[in-house]
Design a binder for this molecule. Structure first.
Ligand code: HEC
Length: 431
């Protein structure tokens, strides 16, 4: 009855009835329905994070789970808060770009505003059978810390390092890698370094035992390394999956070094880290390195709302770039990756704006970009050290480079490929 009247479109009744319809699962003509219209979008763009065991605060897999969130979801997609993604669409094309189309946004918004009806499950997709645990599938090797690391409710935690011997008897070529912390909410990032045999780095650290040096200790500079990385984990990124024929090398006898940056969030936590690795099944034709170009000599004057900080580099050889990963702390507002052509033209390969410290995302190019030998790179970051920046922990100090979030950082990581036989030092040798 209700249905029929609304479909007839009698304006007076429709207005009155819509009041009753809110919260009820009444289908009105033209209103998108959950099963047929909304669920496919959630499966494609949201469930990667919004399912049990992942970082989304609530699962969005079934109608019963989604219904109470309809209004919040509408708000989040209209304001483009969800899914999180900060690449300016004018520059570059990226794999896994989760941006919703205007059509998808309207579908969700109309569905929520129209009483969030369920519709007929037969008209919708089947639930996705998401893997429990590892998203990369069953790893060929798992390395995990023997114990847990306590993270206090508040205060500052020095970067924690854990050396994990791999026991690999031969070189391993890694095509996929996934880090799974147990206390995701306090993990700001985890870097997994590859420490080849014979390396002097962190020699004094005992395997499996968390190791740290306070930032104001003169020995702190010992923590600096040029070691290659398997990956940088930060909440919200999909696991590392390299294109066919490409892999990262873990030389026989290497250790993996886990570097954890914890951010206390008011509730004490116990964290346990593990990494799952998948090895190349077929031939590897390119070796992948993670490089970084940054600036650690800047000063952000107190109260300054817009400070430009740049870093410059020149590629020692023709280089294929796979991805970019901008890294700053709470005062960062934007980060651009430029290639300066020989004629001076500035090409923006990625422009992240706004930069959100809580979303440290990795931007994988849809198609790798090859730059010539001698190519000039310019990474440009902007910072807001004024009191108008709500994330600014202290607008009254001059801020320099440092590990903790009260200090700042300006690093642009990028993954590149090289011939299989080349190591990272060799990459930088100019011929
Ligand atoms: C990369 C992981 C990720 C993806 C993809 C993602 N979310 Fe989220 N979502 C989160 C996290 C983490 C939070 C909690 C922190 C926050 O609000 O930023 C959140 C919060 C939300 C909230 C707010 C909850 C509240 O407390 O008000 C809504 C609504 C939401 N997501 C809906 C969606 C929808 C709809 C999609 C897909 C269109 C989506 N999310 C995609 C990770 C994700």
């Amino acid at each position: 009855m209700l249905d029929a009247m609304v479909k007839l479109g009698a304006p007076v009744f429709a207005v009155i009835l819509s009041g009753f319809a809110v919260g009820a699962t009444v289908e009105r003509a033209g209103t998108p329905v959950f099963c047929r219209d909304v669920l496919p979008v959630l499966q494609k763009r949201c469930q990667r994070c919004h399912r049990p065991g992942e970082i989304g605060p609530m699962p969005l897999e079934t109608y019963a789970q989604v219904r109470p969130w309809a209004a919040a979801i509408r708000e989040a997609v209209l304001r483009k808060k969800m899914p999180p993604w900060f690449a300016d669409p004018r520059f570059g094309k990226f794999a896994d770009d989760p941006t919703l189309t205007p059509n998808e946004i309207q579908t969700i918004a109309k569905w929520a505003a129209g009483g969030a009806p369920k519709g007929d499950p037969a008209q919708g997709p089947k639930p996705i059978a998401w893997p429990a645990g590892w998203s990369i599938g069953k790893p060929d090797a798992v390395l995990e810390m023997p114990g847990t690391i306590p993270v206090p409710a508040k205060g500052v935690v020095d970067y924690q390092y854990v050396v994990m011997p791999t026991g690999f008897q031969r070189d391993r070529w890694v095509t996929a890698a996934e880090v799974r912390p147990t206390a995701r909410r306090v993990v700001h990032h985890v870097v997994i370094y590859i420490r080849p045999p014979g390396s002097e780095w962190l020699k004094e650290a005992k395997p499996g035992i968390p190791y740290s040096i306070p930032e104001d200790d003169p020995r702190h500079r010992r923590l600096w390394t040029t070691s290659d990385m398997v990956l940088v984990y930060a909440p919200g990124n999909p696991p590392m999956r390299l294109p066919k024929g490409m892999a990262k090398k873990i030389p026989a006898g290497s250790d993996l070094v886990f570097q954890m940056h914890y951010q206390p969030d008011g509730k004490a936590a116990l964290d346990h880290e593990r990494i799952g690795l998948k090895f190349a099944k077929g031939p590897v034709v390119k070796r992948v390195f993670t490089l970084q170009l940054g600036n650690d000599t800047f000063v952000l004057p107190p109260g300054d709302p817009d400070v430009r900080v740049a870093a410059y580099g020149t590629l020692p050889r023709e280089t294929e770039i796979l991805s970019f990963f901008p890294h700053m702390h709470p005062r960062g507002t934007s980060f651009a990756f430029h290639y300066i052509h020989p004629d001076g033209q500035i090409e923006t390969m990625l422009y992240v704006k706004p930069y959100d410290f809580h979303w440290q995302l990795n931007y994988v190019l849809a198609k790798p970009r090859v730059l010539p030998k001698g190519a000039k790179l310019e990474w440009v970051a902007h910072f807001d050290n004024s009191k108008n920046n709500p994330k600014n922990p202290d607008p009254d100090t001059a801020v320099r480079f440092g590990e903790q979030s009260t200090a700042e950082m300006m690093i642009g990581f990028f993954d590149v490929t090289a011939p299989v036989g080349m190591d990272k030092e060799g990459f930088f040798v100019r011929k």
